[in-house]
Design a protein. Structure first.
Length: 386
C-alpha cells in the first residue's frame, strides 16, 4: 500500500525532523515509594503507591477486604463505601477510615467513587455517549492538582479497548472492563503509546482477551515484545485503518505528545477523536464533565499539562506547530476524548485555542529536591481534617 502524503491527507501531521524528535523527553512512571507508619503496615515496611492514594496512617490502598470486613451489602447489592463501616473499621484497626458519602458500585468491578483518590482501584466507569464507556482513574498531587487517567471502551460491532490504565490498577482495571464488556469479546486493543499510564493492564489483558489483536505503533510493540507474541500485533501508523465491523477507525498523529509512538484514533462515523495525551489538563479535582471546570481552570490546567507533556512545543517552528493543530481542525471532531481530560463535546475550537498559546507560556519547571520532599510529606500526611 502506498504511504499517504502528509501534504494532501488531512489525517497526517507534518513529520517532525530529527532535531525536533530529539527534543522529546520521556518521564518516569508516576510511582513513589512511601514508608507507612508502624501502626498502618508494620515496622519497617515499604509500600509502592501512586500519588493518587489517600493515606494518613492507613493501610496502603485501603479496601474493606484489607480491613477484614464484608465487601458488599447483600440487601442493596452495592459496594459499601468506607463510611458504611465507620466504627467497625476504627474498632478493628484504631485507624480512621477514608471519608466518602458515595457508595461503591457493585457491577462486577471493584471501583472507588470518582474523586476518592485511591491508588490501586479504578474510579467508577461512566458513559461518554451511547457507544463509548470511560474507564477512569486519577492521580492526586498535593499542591499541584489532579491528573485524570482515562481508558475507553468503544462498543462497536467488534469491540475496541483504547489503552489499559495504570500498572498498580491491573486487577481492578480488568474487573471494571468486565462490567462493560467481556474481555473475550474484545477484537481490538488500541494502545495509543507505551507509557506506563496507558499500558498498566496490558500483559494481563493479552491473556484475558485471547481474541483481541493489539493495534499499536510498530516500534512501541518491539519495545514491549517481551510481554506477548508479536504475531498478535497489528502495526499502525498515521493514515492506517482497522475494521471494527460497523465502522472504520483511522490512525491519526495527535497534535501534542510526549512519546514518538503516540497514535490517536479517529472514528469518522461518530466524529470522535481519541487524542492520546493531547488536550489533557491538570485540574483541581476528578471530574466526569468538562462543564464543571471554570474557564480559568481549563486554560491554566491545559497549559500546565501541555508544557510538561510536550516541552518541545516551546522549541518547534510556530508555523509547523500551527499546521499540526490544523490537522485536527480539518478533521473537526465533535467528540474529543483525551486520556487526561473529561470528555469534550462540541468544544474543539476552544481546546485548539488554548493549546495554540502553549509556545508562549512559561516552560514547565520540575520540582527540586526540596519541593518534591514537600509534596511527598503532604501525601504521607493525608488530607487535612474537614
Amino acid at each position: 500500500m502506498t504511504a499517504p502524503d502528509s501534504a494532501t491527507d488531512p489525517f497526517l501531521a507534518p513529520p517532525l525532523d530529527v532535531e525536533q524528535l530529539s527534543l522529546l523527553r520521556r518521564y518516569g512512571e508516576e510511582r513513589w515509594l512511601h514508608q507507612p507508619s508502624a501502626s498502618a503496615a508494620g515496622e519497617g515496611s515499604i509500600a509502592i503507591r501512586f500519588a493518587g492514594e489517600n493515606l494518613s496512617d492507613q493501610p496502603s490502598r485501603w479496601t474493606p477486604e484489607r480491613a477484614g470486613l464484608a465487601a458488599s451489602d447483600p440487601e442493596t447489592e452495592r459496594w459499601r463505601g468506607p463510611d458504611d463501616y465507620g466504627s467497625q473499621y476504627r474498632a478493628k484497626t484504631g485507624i480512621m477510615a477514608p471519608k466518602t458519602s458515595v457508595p461503591w458500585r457493585r457491577s462486577g468491578a471493584r471501583c472507588a467513587p470518582l474523586g476518592s483518590g485511591k491508588g490501586g482501584e479504578m474510579d467508577t466507569p461512566y458513559e461518554a455517549g451511547s457507544d463509548v464507556t470511560v474507564l477512569p482513574n486519577h492521580l492526586d498531587v498535593p499542591g499541584v492538582g489532579t491528573l485524570l487517567v482515562n481508558a475507553f471502551v468503544l462498543q462497536s460491532e467488534q469491540p475496541v479497548l483504547i489503552d489499559t490504565g495504570i500498572g498498580l490498577d491491573s486487577d481492578s482495571f480488568i474487573e471494571a472492563l468486565r462490567s462493560v464488556v467481556d474481555p473475550r469479546d474484545l477484537r481490538w486493543i488500541w494502545l495509543t503509546h507505551d507509557d506506563s499510564d496507558h499500558t498498566g493492564a496490558l500483559p494481563a489483558l493479552m491473556q484475558a482477551a485471547p481474541n483481541a489483536r493489539l493495534a499499536t505503533h510498530a516500534l512501541g510493540a518491539l519495545r514491549m515484545s517481551t510481554w506477548f507474541p508479536l504475531g498478535r500485533i497489528h502495526a499502525i501508523s498515521p493514515g492506517a485503518t482497522i475494521d471494527a465491523g460497523d465502522r472504520t477507525l483511522r490512525a491519526v498523529m495527535p497534535p501534542t505528545f510526549d512519546n514518538p509512538t503516540s497514535t490517536a484514533l479517529y472514528d469518522e462515523s461518530t466524529s470522535t477523536l481519541f487524542c492520546v495525551d493531547a488536550f489533557g489538563a491538570i485540574i483541581p479535582r476528578a471530574l466526569t464533565s468538562l462543564d464543571d471546570l471554570t474557564e480559568d481552570e481549563l486554560v491554566g490546567g491545559m497549559t500546565a499539562w501541555t508544557t510538561f507533556d510536550s516541552p518541545w512545543a516551546h522549541m518547534t517552528d510556530r508555523s509547523r506547530f500551527g499546521q499540526a493543530l490544523d490537522v485536527v481542525r480539518t478533521i473537526a471532531p465533535h467528540r474529543v476524548l483525551s486520556a487526561h481530560l473529561p470528555p469534550a463535546m462540541g468544544r474543539l475550537e476552544e481546546l485548539l485555542k488554548i493549546v495554540s498559546s502553549v509556545p508562549d507560556a512559561d516552560p514547565f519547571q520540575a520540582p527540586d529536591a526540596e519541593g518534591f520532599a514537600q509534596i511527598a510529606a503532604a501525601i504521607a500526611a493525608g488530607p487535612a481534617p474537614a
